[in-house]
Write a protein that binds this ligand. Structure first.
Ligand code: 4NP
Length: 162
């Protein structure tokens, strides 16, 4: 008999939810191995700010993602909400400033979600996924590479744990 484990829910958070966290959501969804007894996690993303609520990801993020094999155009930005801290098992901040803001927002010590810095899952010593919004395509490419490294680190850890 095969048993199916309940899928964890994972949220990625950055500032605007149009560049880094939608890329993380799309890259994890694509790279997560869809085999074995566990259901794949539920992936979502959100931003600290509400400026881009309802918007698709930045056109540069959509284009660079597509060139790397990830489709993120259907995602829509939203602001992080207090109930996210009980709807998600894990919340990953894309940089240290976001992690600090999320810790301040956390409604209770008893909230379900564990908060982590996303790049804690890479081997290298970079702490923050740099904000590419005011940068160029090279910056978006570097962000995709960093997120792919952290995604594979996260998948390796999750796979070892099951
Ligand atoms: P993100 O990038 O946090 O990676 O989505 C940004 C997008 C928009 C803004 C800032 C950062 N903004 O100020 O509108």
């Amino acid at each position: 008999m095969t048993t199916t484990k309940t899928a964890p829910a994972i949220l990625f958070v950055c500032l605007g939810n149009i560049c880094r966290s939608p890329l993380a959501e799309g890259i994890l969804r694509k790279r997560w191995p869809n085999q074995g007894p566990s259901e794949p996690p539920i992936f979502d993303s959100a931003g600290l700010g509400s400026w881009h609520e309802g918007d698709p990801p930045d056109a540069r993020a959509i284009r660079i993602a597509r060139e790397s094999g990830y489709e993120i155009a259907a995602q829509r930005a939203r602001q992080v909400r207090s109930d996210d801290f009980d709807r998600f098992d894990l919340i990953f901040a894309m940089d240290r400033n976001t992690l600090t803001r999320l810790r301040d927002m956390r409604p209770s010590e008893d909230s379900l979600a564990d908060l982590h810095l996303f790049l804690d899952y890479t081997e290298n010593r970079v702490a923050d996924v740099p904000d590419p919004f005011y940068g160029d395509e090279t910056d978006f490419c570097a962000v995709v590479t960093l997120i792919e490294q952290a995604a594979d680190g996260l998948i390796a850890r999750a796979t070892r744990a099951t």
